[in-house]
Design a protein around this ligand. Structure first.
Ligand code: 13P
Length: 250
């Protein structure tokens, strides 16, 4: 069975001190969570400190992006091995903010995903359509296209380490979440695509997270959907009480 994965994407928020404060509050409130996995993705500057804080604790550490080269003259970039070094086990690739603001395209997302896998980092590959694309009836075609391109040359056995996050762009940071029925429909379409690309067993093992205005008020209904295996949470992951409530979905 798929173990739910609740992840906080902190984006460009939190100094090191603020990050430590939040993680200490999360550790204090978390209790034992054996039936679900909890992940935080702080900014790069806080990874080392947070990595030390969560070592041996029920919180995993992830980064928000990675470059695909192993090392070299790439000013401002961070290599997969550097993320492993500070305790990361996950990395987000292809977030819509990276695609829209920093120009990451499907080919780069695919290279980042391969670089992550080669360094024993579990990639969380984000896909999602814009509002005009949804209004034009193209949402599924766009998302499935991103899934195909992002997973190019990924093997069935590698897929066991890959997480997909469906994040409709119009739902990110807007308070305007997809209905649980719309989200479920897209998750089911993604899983059908994985069955076509690989096989039913592989597809049924891949976790597909939903992201976009996830909050304490909507997490229970989202997680009740059969193909929603977790959440990638932005704004509501920045405060301990709201993130803890999301982690404790029923
Ligand atoms: P919000 O939860 O703030 O809408 O952000 C979602 C997101 O982009 C997570 O990666």
């Amino acid at each position: 069975m798929r173990s739910p994965l609740i992840a906080g994407n902190w984006k460009m928020y939190k100094t090191v001190g603020e990050a430590v404060e939040l993680v200490e509050a999360l550790l204090a409130g978390l209790g034992s969570t054996t039936d679900r996995e909890v992940l935080v993705c702080p900014p790069y500057t806080a990874l080392d400190r947070i990595g030390a804080l969560v070592a041996g604790q029920p919180i995993a550490l992830g980064a928000q992006d990675v470059f695909y080269e192993a090392e070299g003259a790439y000013t401002g970039a961070i290599a997969p091995r550097m993320l492993r070094d500070v305790g990361c086990t996950y990395v987000i690739v292809g977030h819509s903010e990276r695609r829209q603001i920093f120009g990451d395209d499907d080919a780069q997302v695919n290279r980042k995903l391969h670089a992550a896998l080669a360094n024993e980092l579990r990639p969380i590959m984000c896909v999602g359509e814009s509002k005009p694309q949804r209004d034009a009836g193209q949402a599924e075609a766009i998302v499935i296209g991103q899934v195909h391109a992002g997973l190019a040359n990924v093997t069935a056995s590698q897929m066991q380490s890959v997480v997909i996050a469906y994040e409709p762009i119009w739902a990110i940071g807007t308070g305007d979440t997809a209905t649980s029925a719309d989200a479920q429909a897209m998750h089911a379409a993604i899983r059908r695509t994985l069955t076509e690309l690989y096989d039913a067993e592989t597809a049924s093992g891949v976790r597909i997270q939903y992201g976009g205005s996830v909050k304490p008020e909507n997490i229970d209904e989202l997680m009740a959907q059969p193909d929603i295996d977790g959440a990638l949470v932005g704004g509501a992951s920045l405060k301990a009480d709201s993130f803890l409530r999301i982690v404790q979905f029923r």
